[in-house]
Design a protein around this ligand. Structure first.
Ligand SMILES: *Cc1c(COP(=O)(O)O)cnc(C)c1O
Length: 455
């Protein structure tokens, strides 16, 4: 087969490395990054919590891993049963009538939900409805979603207490209002406690209320959004129901709706009759259509299913109770050292800020976040929500122990002291990481890492 003249005369001098060296090389590389198994990951709004290893074990089982989406329904009964039950469980958790599992991210869930609101109005001939009201504390994906679907976004300023300004809401609502989009708990970590009033105002003009439920970590077993006035909501399975996430996925953003919006849900739904489980295209003519191929992100759905079944109703409620307790505990420890605008009890996260350090020593939230990397932690979410200057949004989650939270608080307190004693350390941080301060703007714009290093 080989031409003799194309063979080498001598064996190629390729570098040889032992298995041990290769292994150590990759383990060392992996430790240059931060991950939940390495330490607390207080990235507010992102819910970086323990991902049970049993999920990973089971989802790789050949019964799940070897399925093919083109298989006939008859051969997929077990998988369809799992999806059907997950739809039911999420409907029960949220108090919604029906849930679709198709969207593969929180943002895509928002898109699906707002498309449903759009379809509802079109079906009623409400063609003048072109505006959606969103509080200024909203997650950035909310206004982006509304624009993408073709709505005009009207901003609602927050009250001094960090919640919706109801008087202002009454002023800006009109016949053109199609909907209202609310994150609950909001991005300040506060429960929006005026839902019934908001619902009355919004429903009085036949508009609908969307709940961004990405942060359901605080409400499990405590509040059913579908029972207190919300019409549509999305879940972030990859946050609340625990899946390794970040860096762009994979995710799953199911959407739940009240009864009157069921006809607009994406097709197919997973349904059941006497002969078993099947893909239901019954409401195809009113549906907004498909929003993702096949079943969505099946492997994430399997993980969420296991999580829900392992914890049960009482366990899910304990998740939220402990998430709230942990956040309040940390807030109490850090309050003497960092300014906190909304000091009342928080939900599963809280927002402190660096305004005191900024004013007194010229140290920014970014400096503090970078210094935290030196202490072996991931940084909190910073400069978000936008309405808090020098914001640092902390979400410990329910899976951190008392010891690990005390250690994190200790690191934050040490940093507060360093701000007074050696402010220059803060400006130069991080000092101990493999890469020092990167050019954030370039890192986003220049995607070729080799190019970045050469420069
Ligand atoms: C994370 C998050 C989203 C977006 O979810 P993705 O899965 O990242 O698209 C939307 N709203 C809130 C409040 C969130 O925390």
């Amino acid at each position: 087969m080989f031409e003799a003249d194309s063979l080498r005369d001598n064996i190629a001098r390729l570098p040889e490395v032992s298995e041990m060296d290769v292994m150590r090389h990759y383990i060392a590389l992996s430790h240059k990054n931060h991950f939940i198994e390495k330490g607390l990951y207080p990235l507010g709004s992102c819910t970086m919590k323990y991902n049970p290893k049993v999920h990973e074990h089971l989802v790789r089982h050949t019964c799940f891993a070897n399925l093919h989406p083109y298989q006939h329904e008859d051969t997929l009964q077990g998988a369809l049963e799992l999806l059907y039950e997950l739809q039911q469980d999420l409907a029960e958790i949220s108090g919604m009538a029906q849930v679709t599992l198709q969207p593969v991210a929180g943002a895509q869930g928002e898109f699906t939900g707002i498309k449903i609101i759009d379809a509802y109005h079109k079906a009623k001939g409400n063609t003048h409805k072109n505006k959606i009201i969103i509080p200024d504390s909203a997650h950035g994906t909310n206004p982006a979603t509304c624009s993408l679907v073709g709505f005009e976004v009207v901003e609602l300023k927050s009250n001094p207490d960090g919640r919706c300004d109801i008087a202002r809401l009454r002023e800006i609502v009109d016949e053109n209002t199609a909907g209202f989009m609310l994150t609950n708990p909001n991005t300040l970590g506060l429960f929006e406690n005026q839902i019934e009033e908001i619902a009355e105002i919004i429903h009085s003009v036949d508009a609908l209320i969307y709940m961004d439920g990405a942060n359901l970590n605080a409400l499990l077993g405590i509040v059913q959004p579908g029972k207190i006035g919300f019409d549509v909501m999305h879940f972030n399975l990859h946050k609340t129901f625990s899946t390794p996430h970040g860096g762009g996925g994979p995710g799953c953003g199911p959407v739940g709706v009240v009864e009157k919006l069921v006809p607009f849900l994406p097709v197919p739904m997973i349904a059941r009759n006497q002969s078993g489980y099947y893909l239901d295209y019954n409401h195809e003519d009113t549906s907004i259509g498909k929003v993702h191929s096949f079943y969505g992100n099946f492997a994430i759905q399997v993980r969420a299913y296991i999580y829900i079944k392992m914890l049960g109703a009482a366990g899910l409620r304990r998740v939220s109770e402990n998430a709230i307790l942990n956040a309040n505990y940390l807030m109490a420890l850090l309050k003497p050292y960092y300014h906190i605008q909304h000091e009342e009890y928080c939900m599963h996260e809280f927002v402190m800020d660096g305004t005191k350090q900024k004013k007194e020593q010229g140290i920014s939230a970014l400096d503090i976040a970078k210094r935290l990397l030196d202490k072996g932690y991931h940084a909190p979410t910073i400069y978000f929500p936008l309405i808090i200057p020098e914001a640092m949004m902390v979400e410990p989650t329910e899976t951190e122990s008392l010891d690990s939270m005390n250690a994190f608080a200790q690191a934050m307190i040490e940093i507060a002291k360093e701000c007074n004693e050696s402010p220059e350390t803060l400006h130069e941080a991080p000092l101990c990481t493999p890469v020092r301060r990167v050019d954030d703007v370039r890192a986003v714009k220049v995607l070729d890492p080799i190019y970045q290093i050469k420069d």
